[in-house]
Write a protein that binds this ligand. Structure first.
Ligand code: ADP
Length: 236
């Protein structure tokens, strides 16, 4: 099998495996209800709430799988423009306001006025949304998250005071479906960072992670300017 075909079949096998678990759980819950649990109001309520969680998980998986597909689709016509980072960050913060409130984590935007990033706007949004969502998910109540402009043009960082990562975990987090702790995966699909990495690679950008367990994580991104994209990038 050639490399792209092998990659596609591995990818389908991995995706099917992840989809199978919530489906199997749903099937079990429905069978238990049909076997009589439906007559016990308390058990019935508990099982329906579990079933709802499994449906939500399936929904997240499908959304993430679709965004991988969209990112891959734009391979041939990456449409880049200069983006005002403050505007893109404001959009991400606004989109995740409810999650930040629910998790009781404060979000700060510290971006130099007029800081620009040359990228596809939709894909830059996707990167910011995924990183900010992770920062909120993996930061305990009372914690803080920052979106900052970086040192060099086109760079920025998403930083949190969350649970952090061990040195051995850091190289694995960009793998598809990788979650540090599968048991307490906090609604994780393990796809967000693989999508981020894919977008970063498409742009010829770089991502690095600085993290310490129980202290927090910083994801640093460096997008190149239009001359250094390393691949054709059609301007708008
Ligand atoms: P998901 O889409 O489920 O959040 P990701 O691919 O984005 O999955 O992340 C993979 C794993 O990396 C997560 O399950 C989590 O264990 C770890 N991780 C990602 N971001 C952070 C962070 N900011 N702090 C701590 N752990 C993180």
């Amino acid at each position: 099998m050639n490399e792209p075909a092998r990659d596609a079949s591995t990818w389908i096998a991995e995706a099917s495996h992840e989809l199978r678990l919530p489906i199997a759980n749903l099937k079990l819950l429905i069978e238990t209800l049909l076997d009589g649990a439906v007559d016990d109001p308390q058990a019935c309520k508990r099982m329906l709430s579990r079933a709802n969680q499994e449906v939500e998980r399936l929904e997240r998986l499908v959304v993430d799988l679709l965004s991988i597909e969209q990112a891959a689709d734009s391979r041939h016509e990456l449409r880049c423009q200069w983006n005002v980072l403050e505007d893109r960050a404001a959009y991400a913060v606004d989109s995740l306001k409810a999650l930040a409130g629910e998790r009781r984590v404060s979000v700060h935007v510290e971006i130099e006025p007029g800081w620009l990033v040359f990228a596809s706007p939709e894909q830059l949004d996707q990167v910011l949304l995924n990183l900010l969502e992770n920062a909120l998910k993996f930061t305990p109540e009372g914690g803080q998250v920052w979106i900052r402009s970086g040192q060099d043009p086109g760079s920025f960082a998403v930083e949190d005071t969350g649970i952090g990562l061990s040195a051995s975990e850091i190289p694995k987090i960009f793998e598809r479906f990788y979650r540090v702790d599968r048991a307490s995966s906090r609604g994780s699909t393990g796809l967000g960072l693989s999508i981020v990495k894919h977008i970063v690679d498409l742009h010829g950008a770089k991502i690095s992670v600085l993290s310490e367990e129980r202290r927090g994580s910083t994801f640093v991104l460096q997008f190149p300017g239009p001359q250094r994209m390393g691949r054709p990038c059609a301007p708008f």
